[in-house]
Write a protein that binds this ligand. Structure first.
Ligand SMILES: [Zn+2]
Length: 330
């Protein structure tokens, strides 16, 4: 099974590039940029990666990314993850990035975009990896700010595959961002949003109805509403489920208690992603291996999950067909 899961042409639809920052790279970038970290050693940083909920994680996440200052830093961040993902047999990544988290530290959007786009181009040319770009907005920040950033991103609109909505879900319902998502739709951008992770099933319904999202990031709490499950099933809306993230953030106590098998048996279009691999215990292969162990899934289940992700990936039809052929060949 380990060999099969390594070879499986895995597609990751839910990955925050800032959450792929490993402590080793964080230290290297801190040194390069003359930034003082609150940790003396890499091990001390790893030991501090301890949180019990989404807010606890977000505090560390925003602190960690303070080392990202220049174009080269964003390039190094992305390439470091792309190489690791490729080693784990990942062939496509839809990458979320958080411009507001950098703008509020005084890092211009141009710096972020230049570094990430350079890494994307290089990975697509040399790593047998395709990359989708999702500009995400921080839902715990004001909606007006998100709208302003979306306008500011005009030079990059044609390079974006979608906009997303992430960060602290509680008390920040999708309805807060109706104007932002309406504007994105006008611009021809696809919309996705985190919903139903810490927030209730109602937020999934809102994201679908008010924000017109094409897929739901996480969405595991849909099971609390038969109406929402029915709609997700009928419209085959993809859920980007992140098993080890859900364990780390205590959405479930143990992976064996995770609703993944239930989501599948309900006929929902489930996919597997790593979310923030540097913080949640591993990348795509680790997530797949953990699911194999916790749920005893056979190869057919993993093939189905991968087919779901390939069908939904932000890529060209040519690349999609190629990935489907590769999946059929293993
Ligand atoms: Zn996420």
């Amino acid at each position: 099974m380990q060999d099969f899961l390594q070879t499986l042409p895995k597609v990751e639809l839910h990955l925050h590039i800032e959450g792929s920052l490993e402590p080793e790279l964080m230290f290297a970038l801190a040194q390069r940029n003359g930034i003082e970290l609150p940790y003396a050693t890499v091990q001390e940083a790893k030991d501090a990666y301890c949180f019990s909920d989404l807010q606890g994680f977000l505090n560390l996440y925003f602190q960690g990314m303070s080392v990202l200052r220049n174009e080269q830093d964003f390039y190094d961040l992305a390439m470091d993850y792309f190489r690791r993902a490729r080693e784990e047999g990942v062939v496509h990544i839809d990458m979320h990035f958080d411009p507001q988290a950098h703008l509020q530290r005084g890092v211009p959007l141009e710096v972020v975009m230049a570094g990430l786009l350079k890494a994307k181009q290089e990975a697509e040319e040399s790593l047998d990896l395709s990359i989708g770009m999702i500009m995400a907005f921080l839902r715990d920040r004001p909606a007006e700010e998100a709208l302003h950033v979306l306008e500011q991103a005009a030079p990059y609109w044609k390079m974006l595959d979608a906009i997303g909505l992430d960060s602290a879900e509680k008390e920040n319902p999708p309805s807060k961002f109706v104007d932002v998502f309406e504007r994105a739709k006008q611009l021809g951008l696809v919309c996705v949003a985190h919903a139903g992770e810490e927030g209730p099933a109602e937020y999934i319904k809102e994201a679908l109805e008010l924000l017109n999202v094409e897929r739901i990031d996480h969405g595991v709490r849909c099971l609390e509403s038969e109406e929402v499950v029915e709609r997700l099933r009928r419209e085959q809306i993809a859920l980007t489920v992140c098993p080890l993230s859900n364990v780390s953030l205590k959405v479930v106590e143990d992976l064996r208690d995770h609703p993944l098998p239930k989501l599948l048996s309900e006929g929902l279009k489930v996919t597997i992603s790593s979310d923030d691999p540097a913080y949640f215990g591993g990348g795509m292969l680790t997530n797949h291996l953990a699911c194999a162990e916790a749920f005893g899934w056979d190869k057919a289940v993993f093939r189905q999950l991968t087919r779901n992700a390939i069908e939904e990936a932000f890529t060209t039809q040519q690349r999609r067909d190629e990935l489907l052929r590769r999946l059929a060949a293993i």
